[in-house]
Design a protein around this ligand. Structure first.
Ligand SMILES: [Zn+2]
Length: 340
């Protein structure tokens, strides 16, 4: 099992508090320690407490966990590191129950870990989608409480989604078109949100918050889209043609999300829908560089969500290219659904 092997490698690299703390120290002070109190650089590590470093000039003790999700936690750093690794590398993410099994911690601990790590999954400074953007809504089934998920008997929520269309050759958010058809495209970044209804107010609030002004909106021509000002409109009337043909990428994202919610969570619970949607979007938008995701979850990396796939592969980072080699992307999304 590829996943188990990579976990054991990871556990070897981060086998104790000291190795985790040393990693965090390097991430925090890549150019060497600087005391936050006096600005001097001479420092001593405290042998008995690997998280703490003491300034040799003013005596101030600084923790490597300050400002991260791990601060003031009693859990070992190894548990945090392993949990974040599992949540970012496991192909479909990880529920608290799965994490409990993998790490041998209590369910309560596993649940707290997943909740805290998921909070790092929304980047408040993320850039809006741009270029040509497919937008559509879908109904997603959810389950109530802890009852078993029965598709025929489930409630429905309404989810709206948007996806950037990227041209394959250039990896830019400027797809070429021939007549009505965009040529050789693939999916860029996505956004998803739950909305209460199909009204113009609900739809406009989502688009305004997630898509840059001036972008071209590819939609099914629903009247709630057409009143949006500040955008170009390219309505695709879904008459004879099914929506997954005229809007393939957003439908691909919806279908992956459905599969993921059933596979990992056995159906979404209404109460947690927003958190789950955020997690799905986080994974999808970072599917090519998982190691950075691990650091983002722990609050170690100030990485921004990339503007496009082009930005990711342009980035000259050997650590990232090493992580791509020999491992499949998180989600297999680069082909549209064939049919149905
Ligand atoms: Zn100092």
């Amino acid at each position: 099992m590829a996943c188990a092997r990579s976990l054991s490698q990871f556990q070897k690299a981060f086998s104790d508090e000291a190795s985790c703390a040393a990693f965090m120290f390097k991430r925090r002070w890549p150019d060497g320690f600087v005391c936050p109190a006096c600005g001097k650089r001479r420092v001593a590590a405290l042998k008995s407490r690997p998280r703490l470093h003491e300034c040799l000039d003013c005596g101030r003790q600084t923790s490597v966990t300050a400002g991260t999700v791990m601060h003031r936690s009693r859990l070992p750093l190894t548990t945090w590191f392993w949990a974040a690794h599992l949540m970012t590398t496991h192909s479909n993410g990880m529920s608290a129950l799965q994490l409990q099994d993998q790490l041998g911690v209590t369910y309560k601990t596993a649940w707290l870990l997943t909740q805290k790590l998921r909070r790092s999954m929304v980047d408040p400074d993320r850039e809006p989608l741009e270029g040509v953007v497919e937008v559509d809504q879908a109904e997603i089934a959810f389950r109530e409480g802890d009852t078993f998920f029965e598709p025929g008997n489930a409630g429905k929520i309404l989810v709206i989604g948007a996806v950037e269309i990227i041209e394959r050759d250039t990896n830019q958010a400027k797809p070429r078109r021939k007549h009505a058809k965009y040529l050789d495209t693939r999916s860029g970044r996505i956004r998803l949100a739950m909305i209460s209804d199909n009204s113009s107010a609900s739809i406009e609030a989502f688009v305004n918050a997630n898509v840059k002004r001036g972008a071209t909106l590819l939609t099914d021509g629903h009247k709630s889209y057409l009143g949006l000002t500040g955008y170009r409109h390219d309505p695709r009337v879904v008459g004879k043609m099914a929506a997954h043909i005229v809007l393939p990428w957003i439908h691909r994202a919806f279908s992956l999300m459905r599969r993921w919610s059933l596979g990992t969570y056995h159906g979404l619970r209404r109460k947690h829908v927003d958190t789950y949607l955020n997690e799905f979007v986080f994974r999808y938008n970072r599917r090519y560089y998982r190691h950075v995701s691990f650091e983002t979850l722990l609050g170690l990396a100030a990485d921004k969500e990339p503007a496009s796939y082009w930005d990711i592969i342009k980035r000259d980072n050997p650590r990232k290219s090493a992580s791509r080699a020999g491992s499949a992307p998180l989600l297999h999304i680069d082909e549209p659904e064939s049919a149905g």
